[in-house]
Ligand binder design. Structure first.
Ligand SMILES: [Zn+2]
Length: 318
């Protein structure tokens, strides 16, 4: 491991990734103070991040990038009782909340002063300040959890929001339920001079990327990298180094970016997670990045940790 890789993981390289620059003061110890949260919500500085069940609703002409005034949010159907407290932006003192509106995207998009967009597209366009994308990642993960966890997993009765949206409580059995973050390993496996890149069928045509997979309970990051790589490619992995991490709000993952050293080299993609997998030398990876690959193959866009693992390896920064 180089001295560079041993530095704090949010280094300048990873700061270029989307969703890593959330500057909100989450004020976790104040979340149980409902009067405090109510005052913040009703105050003039409050900003509400709105979404439909699938997309974000952004203000179009208020000068705000992502947040709506409370009145505007209520006017399109937001519910005061369903607001998740995200935190306070230190530089502006604006408290941010988030909630979902159960309305069609088209219906919202037709309203003056509102636009509807999905978060992935928004990140790819790179028009927003990085800190806004961090706030939206937090909002999307929490909103998704509330939408999909309305009932107690212990007794099946309805649960309700508590702790500013960081818990759901069951009034029937007293159960407390907490938001999920699902860790995934994402790894660039190399033999030193070649990188192991694969093509999951869901990706747009031509994209080759690092292997990845969900961690399982009771598993270390290193073992998850080894297991997933073996399952997907047949390659055995030795040393594993955690390089960086990235919240990935589709819907609530944490990507753990690793570098792994291959111990075997014959690829076997018997399981169907990848439709192709191959070793790519530095010259070929360079073509993929430069857009000069003879087959038109490319790597994922710079919003993703995969892009930074691949380019970091190619430029010998990892
Ligand atoms: Zn219950």
């Amino acid at each position: 491991m180089t001295a560079h890789a041993a530095e704090p993981i949010h280094d300048p390289m990873t700061a270029e990734m989307s969703f890593t620059a959330n500057t909100l003061d989450r004020q976790a110890v104040q979340r149980s103070d409902t009067a405090y949260l109510q005052d913040l919500l009703e105050g003039p500085a409050a900003r509400i991040v709105l979404s439909t069940p699938t997309k974000l609703i952004l203000p179009d002409n208020t000068g705000e990038t992502i947040g709506h005034q409370l009145d505007a949010a209520l006017a399109v159907g937001a519910d005061r009782r369903e607001m998740v407290f995200l935190g306070v932006e230190p530089s502006t003192a604006k408290p941010y909340f988030a909630t979902t509106i159960d309305r069609d995207d088209d219906e919202i998009a037709a309203m003056p002063g509102l636009k509807v967009i999905d978060l992935r597209t928004l990140a790819l366009r790179a028009e927003l300040p990085p800190s806004d994308l961090g706030i939206l990642a937090q909002a999307r993960a929490l909103i998704h959890w509330h939408r999909t966890h309305r009932f107690c997993s212990r007794c099946g009765q309805p649960s309700k929001m508590a702790e500013g949206g960081y818990r759901r409580d069951c009034g029937s059995c007293g159960g407390h339920h907490f938001p999920r973050t699902d860790p995934c390993v994402i790894m660039l496996i190399t033999d030193g001079e070649r990188a192991l890149l694969g093509r999951p069928p869901r990706l747009p045509e031509g994209i080759f990327t690092t292997l990845a997979g969900f961690m399982e309970p009771g598993e270390t990051i290193e073992d998850a990298v080894r297991r997933e790589t073996l399952e997907e490619s047949g390659i055995r992995v030795g040393k594993v180094t955690l390089i960086s991490d990235q919240p990935w709000p589709f819907p609530a993952n944490l990507m753990l970016g690793c570098l792994g050293e291959a111990l075997s080299f014959d690829i076997d993609i018997e399981d169907d997670e990848l439709e192709a997998c191959r070793w790519c030398d530095r010259a070929e990876v360079r073509q993929m990045i430069d857009g000069t690959h003879p087959d038109g193959d490319i790597i994922p866009p710079s919003i993703s940790i995969a892009h930074h693992l691949i380019t970091g390896w190619l430029e010998r920064r990892l």
